[in-house]
Design a protein around this ligand. Structure first.
Ligand SMILES: Nc1ncnc2c1ncn2[C@@H]1O[C@H](COP(=O)(O)OP(=O)(O)OP(=O)(O)O)[C@@H](O)[C@H]1O
Ligand SMILES: [Mg+2]
Length: 342
């Protein structure tokens, strides 16, 4: 599913609020080999800024990073932030391709809460009922403003955009576990949490909202009267342990995490109502998935099994890189998935 675009040799570029990450893979059949990877921090506020100067600053970081990593293609696949994307799943009767295109436009108008001429949209057929031939289709739309801003950034970085997609589409590719056909990906980053229901490696349902690691740090700073840096340290050190610092950090973090998990539970319930199937596994990813004792908390609160996502599981690489790549696994799911796009 792409907002537009084709295929070919490219690298994957994940522009997070906290870090920029890129990955280039070579591809033989269903096997991937790592060619290059790198990450660089984004100066505070730059990723969310609309100013031309900040876009140029970010573009410079991207092109220097690609150069240092030894990326030797200008072709890039990147992701539109989930919070700038709307999606809707609709059911349609069997019809010809040209009728389908018209029906999708109509459904997009009905289901996307923005004017149709202000968005770029695309769709993916999720399934076809074997008897009635009814189609289940996911429509995805992003505001033209956001898409154009991302294109402008990538033009400043002198890159050639092969495709733009959403990070949940990419993560569904890199984190799908063949042994677990139905699962929920929970990506808790710095400004954004992304939730995706995946089935048989395909994205079925997705939503994202602006509550994640930054919000946790900010709440610790405010509630405990600390500077941001110190609050960040407290968060990373104590996390959800109730017996550290008299549970002060835990008491601040718990309601935030509950808010995030309540969204995940809502998505799981919605999926269950639609499909009759229960999600029993959460694949956890994103920098905030490192929060001490988060897995135990999620397991109890949601009543699910938890695994950490490993985007490198389908990628071969030099043994010498193994420790470093495993260490960075929670943060690389989107970049690897973008690099895996066929
Ligand atoms: N050990 C840790 N414990 C808790 N939180 C952590 C830890 N390490 C990193 N984080 C948090 O992870 C977040 C960064 O995650 P990540 O790199 O996935 O974000 P991003 O992809 O750049 O941002 P986004 O996806 O929101 O645009 C930060 O908020 C940071 O505080
Ligand atoms: Mg991210």
């Amino acid at each position: 599913m792409s907002i537009f675009g084709g295929t070919g040799e490219h690298f994957g570029l994940d522009i997070g609020a906290n870090h920029i990450r890129l990955v280039e893979l070579s591809h033989a059949g269903s096997k991937y080999a790592l060619k290059a990877y790198a990450q660089a921090p984004v100066p505070a506020g730059v990723a969310q800024s609309d100013s031309k100067l900040d876009l140029q600053k970010l573009a410079k970081i991207i092109s220097e990073l690609a150069h240092h990593a030894g990326i030797n293609t200008k072709n890039v696949v990147s992701a539109i932030p989930g919070t700038s994307v709307f999606n809707a799943t609709v059911k349609l009767p069997p019809m010809s391709q040209s009728e389908l295109e018209k029906a999708i436009t109509y459904q997009a108008e009905q289901n996307i809460p923005l004017k149709i001429d202000e968005v770029k949209f695309d769709y993916q057929i999720l399934s076809e009922d074997p008897t009635t031939k009814e189609l289940t289709v996911m429509i995805i739309a992003a505001t033209k403003t956001k898409v154009n801003q991302l294109l402008e950034l990538l033009t400043y970085a002198e890159l050639n955009v092969v495709a733009l997609e959403t990070s949940t589409v990419a993560m569904a590719r890199s984190l799908a576990m063949p042994s677990v056909p139905l699962a929920m990906i929970l990506d808790i980053g710095s400004t954004t949490t992304e939730i995706a229901v995946i089935e048989g490696g395909n994205l079925i349902q997705t939503r994202s909202f602006p509550l994640a690691g930054y919000g946790m740090t900010r709440a610790i700073a405010q509630n405990l009267g600390l500077e941001t840096d110190q609050a960040e340290q407290f968060k990373q050190r104590f996390g959800l342990s109730q017996d550290k610092l008299e549970g002060q950090v835990y008491k601040v973090l718990e309601p935030i995490l509950k808010n995030i998990l309540d969204e995940a539970i809502r998505s799981a319930k919605f999926y269950q109502e639609q499909s009759g199937k229960k999600i029993e596994r959460v694949i956890l990813t994103g920098g905030s998935s490192r929060l001490p004792q988060i897995t135990e908390y999620i397991k109890t609160y949601m009543g699910v099994e938890i695994s950490y996502g490993n985007p490198w599981s389908n990628v071969s690489y030099k043994t010498a890189d193994s420790d470093k790549l495993n260490q960075m696994a929670p943060e690389f799911a989107t970049a690897v998935g973008l690099a895996m796009r066929g």
